[in-house]
Structure formats: C-alpha cells, structure tokens
Design a protein around this ligand. Structure first.
Ligand SMILES: Cc1ncc(COP(=O)(O)O)c(C=O)c1O
Length: 323
C-alpha cells in the first residue's frame, strides 16, 4: 500500500521549470542518450563485425566501434561529398554515410537501394526523415538547446532494455548562456561535451525529452532555410562546394568552401564562431587528401533559429572584408 502511495503524483510544493507543452519531432523513434550510442545500439543488435566509416566524420563514432571490437575500414568521399564505393559490403559488414550538413538527401535516397547494410548518420540532418528499411540515427544537440539526446530508427524487432539517462549534470552551459552570456558558458560547454565521452547506452533523459517536446520545429526549420538561402545567394559564386539549394530541408549550417586557410580564424576573431568539422580528420588523413583540405577550409556558417537576415548580413560583411 505504501509503495502505491509513493508513486502517486505529488500535489503542491514548489513549481518546476516551466516548459511549453508539445510533441517531439520523432515521437515514434527510439529516444537514446547520444548519437554515438545509437550506433552502438545498431552494432549490438545487428552483430556487424566490420564497419565502413568516411574519413570525413566525427571521431566519437569510434567509441562504440572500439568498445565492441568491430573492425574499422575508412572510405573516401568525392568533391560532392558523395561516397566513393570501390568495394563490396559483406554480409557481416555495414556502411555508414553521413548526411553532410543536411544537404545530402538525394545521395541518401540513392544509397538506400545500392548499398547493403547501410546506416545513415543524420546527426547533421535533423529534419531528414528516415527511410523505413534503413537504420538511421540523429543527434539533437547540434540543432537545439539540449545537452544530449538522440533518435534511432531501427529496423527489425530486437530492442535493448535501457535505463533512463539523466542530464542535470551537463546542463550548465545552456542556462549560463542565457543568464550571463554565450562566451561565459563556453568552458562549461566544452566540459559538458567531455562528460558525454564513453557513456553507456541509455534512454533519452526526461529533461531532454521535455525540452524537445516544447520546440516550434516548423519555425526552426524555416529560419534555417531562409538564412541558408540568403547566404547562398551572396556566396554561391565563390563557394567551391556545389550545393543544390532548391531542395534544402532545415540544413545544419551553410558550408562555405574556400581555400584560404585562415578564414575560419579571422571570422572567429570577429566573433563569428565557426567550428572545424572535424579536428580528428587531420590525424586520420594526410595533407594531400581531399578530406584534409575539407576539414581545413570548409567554413560552416551558423544559420540556426537564433539568427535573422541582419545576422546573415553581418557574416557576409565580415567575409567580404576578408576575401
Ligand atoms: C557526424 C556526427 N555523427 C555523430 C556524432 C555523435 O553524436 P553525439 O555527440 O550525440 O554522440 C557527431 C558529433 O558528436 C557527429 O558530428
């Protein structure tokens, strides 16, 4: 009797953080704590022994590969960021393709009928729906103000029993940025990213789920698309990456490829904070490789829901002064 009483919803007491009600964007997908752990989930359930990974991706994906002792083989991408597949994928092997910047939906669609045991990494493509017969994962913090959280579309019937994660100890940068400023929260951001290393697979935390349920996704997607188109209009002639801008779908960033090695640093010194995708690529490749140049020279310009045309103008002004 006492146990039942304890589980009853408490009434009264203090009022908790108030978040807008709503629904998650992918309510029917599995909620997991991180993108890398979605990959672990797939590897565990499918029992793959070898994995093909692009040279151009994030090294945290190595966590599950090492943990499960899966053999790793790298492959190259071409100047359109499409995979160069000059090998066969075997029965016990899988092939991961990253939907770069959320701009590679067409390539993904093509691969779904061409590549065996395909896994799509949509960490950079939150708004790209999964294909029903393809294992696909997402990472939420690249798009929204959450400390962790990922979605997994998993084919087949096997599911793992997972404990729920908690996010309270990696939340500080998100609230610091509002109360004291984004630059003041940066050290916390770095530390909280570090806390995500080598965690067990867990179900997405209630806190992350609640925040994700209160987001106006249509607004976020539209702002991204408007900002992207605005930048593209002014940068397309100088951009050495070919982009098909008419079919964008809430992309992650505007990838501006321009072979001028200090452009990223110059922008950062003008407080336009652009990341490097991905620093590990410099270790995985040599200077003569396409992926090395990409990691060095690709400037991922921010276009997310926080920004309007005025912010895009400021970015363009900086770029015009620097080129
Ligand atoms: C392309 C890509 N895939 C997967 C991940 C892993 O996502 P998470 O940090 O949620 O594990 C990242 C970054 O962390 C990434 O950049």
């Amino acid at each position: 009797m006492r146990n039942i009483e304890l589980k009853e919803k408490p009434i009264g007491g203090y009022i908790e953080l108030q978040l807008p009600p709503g629904e998650e964007y992918y309510p029917s997908l599995l909620g997991v704590n991180t993108g890398r752990n979605c990959l672990e989930y797939i590897l565990r359930v499918k029992g793959y022994e070898t994995i093909y990974l692009p040279y151009f991706t994030c090294d945290v994906l190595l966590e599950p590969i090492k943990k499960l002792n899966v053999e790793l083989k790298y492959y190259h991408i071409d100047p359109n960021l499409d995979p160069i597949i000059d090998f066969d994928v075997g029965e016990k092997e899988c092939f991961v393709y990253t939907n770069y910047f959320g701009l590679k939906d067409k390539t993904v669609a093509k691969l779904t009928s061409e590549v065996k045991n395909l896994i799509i990494d949509n960490s950079q493509a939150f708004f790209s729906n999964p294909h029903s017969h393809i294992d696909t994962f997402y990472s939420c913090r690249k798009f929204f103000g959450v400390p962790d959280g990922a979605y997994l579309h998993l084919t087949g019937l096997i599911r793992l029993a997972l404990k729920a994660d908690t996010s309270i100890n990696r939340f500080s940068h998100l609230i610091k940025s509002i109360d004291v400023g984004i630059e003041e929260g940066y050290t916390d951001f770095v530390n909280n990213n570090r806390v995500l290393f080598n965690n067990n697979i867990r179900e997405m935390s209630s806190l992350t789920k609640r925040i994700l349920s209160g987001i106006d996704y249509q607004y976020c997607r539209k702002r991204r698309e408007d900002n992207f188109r605005y930048l593209h209009e002014f940068l397309k002639d100088r951009n050495q990456l070919r982009i098909e801008a008419d079919e964008i779908n809430g992309p992650m960033a505007y990838p501006f490829l321009y072979y001028k090695s200090d452009l990223k640093q110059q922008l950062i010194s003008r407080k336009v904070f652009v990341p490097t995708y991905w620093p590990n690529v410099f270790e995985w490749t040599t200077k003569d490789m396409f992926e090395y140049g990409l990691a060095d020279n690709l400037v991922a310009l921010p276009i997310d829901h926080r920004y309007t045309e005025a912010d895009m103008k400021r970015i363009l002004t900086c770029i015009n002064q620097l080129l």
